[in-house]
Design a protein. Structure first.
Length: 251
């Protein structure tokens, strides 16, 4: 049986963690701070890895955005750009409803967090978290409304994983179309999304992330944890941070 606390979640104290901007308080300042950093959502586009054929963001696109300050356009045609912009806007609108629905259905206590975070170890990197959650040991049973999920086994497995780790973690909310949800998210986290929660975990100095994806009237969840390869991943972050800072110095 799962157990959960109702303690208000907050990130653990850290001498290296920095709040660099808050989207809810001052979006313009938050955007200005983001433009100086390689953010968690752009890390996959920056690194030299094979990308899906449809992937439209390159390292050059990121550099151009940093250089000019102009918002990036996604998509190779005006129609695709409009479709992507609309999907992204809906994704932002659905973050809080999906977070509230997931936590309501699972009993997981969370606090929304729209702050841009930095860590002194990686001064060129940043991450904005959707929410923080905490799991102190030894609390009462958690009742999950399994009928709200088409694959409750996946949600329960993800919750069991983070329950075993305990402590503080983060929640990342995604939304997608029904086709991608059934084809991909009900089986695994797409590889192009795996890096983002890892960056967020490293910067926030937490041990786990629940990445929750919603589509219409269904949701699922996957647990991302500090596995045996995480030290190597943080080494990659060291290298990318140094490289990115040198690029920024030359702009």
């Amino acid at each position: 049986m799962l157990s959960m606390s109702k303690t208000a979640p907050t990130l653990p104290p850290s001498k290296r963690l920095r709040v660099l901007g808050d989207q809810q308080v001052d979006e313009a300042a938050w955007l200005a701070a983001r433009r100086k950093l390689l953010t968690a959502s752009d890390f996959y586009s920056w690194v030299d890895l094979p990308k899906p054929k449809w992937w439209s963001t390159s390292r050059d696109d990121i550099i151009e955005e940093k250089r000019t300050g102009k918002a990036r356009v996604f998509g190779s045609t005006p129609l695709k750009q409009a479709d992507t912009a609309r999907a992204m806007a809906w994704g932002r609108q659905l973050e809080v409803p999906y977070l509230e629905a997931f936590c309501g259905a699972t009993g997981l206590p969370s606090s929304p967090l729209h702050a841009l975070l930095g860590n002194d170890r990686w001064p060129g990197l940043g991450a904005t978290l959707d929410a923080v959650a905490v799991i102190p040991a030894g609390d009462g049973p958690l009742e999950v409304e399994t009928e709200l999920f088409s694959r409750p086994d996946m949600v329960l497995d993800a919750l069991e994983t983070v329950m075993e780790l305990g402590g503080t973690g983060i929640i990342e909310i995604k939304s997608t179309n029904p086709y991608s949800f059934k084809k991909t998210w009900l089986e695994r986290v797409p590889e192009y999304y795996e890096m983002q929660p890892r960056i967020q975990m490293a910067i926030a100095e937490v041990d786990w992330c629940l990445i929750v994806c919603g589509s219409g009237q269904d949701m699922t969840a996957h647990a991302i944890t500090r596995d045996e390869d995480f030290d190597d991943f943080e080494g990659l972050m060291d290298d990318v941070c140094e490289e990115f800072q040198k690029v920024m110095e030359d702009l």
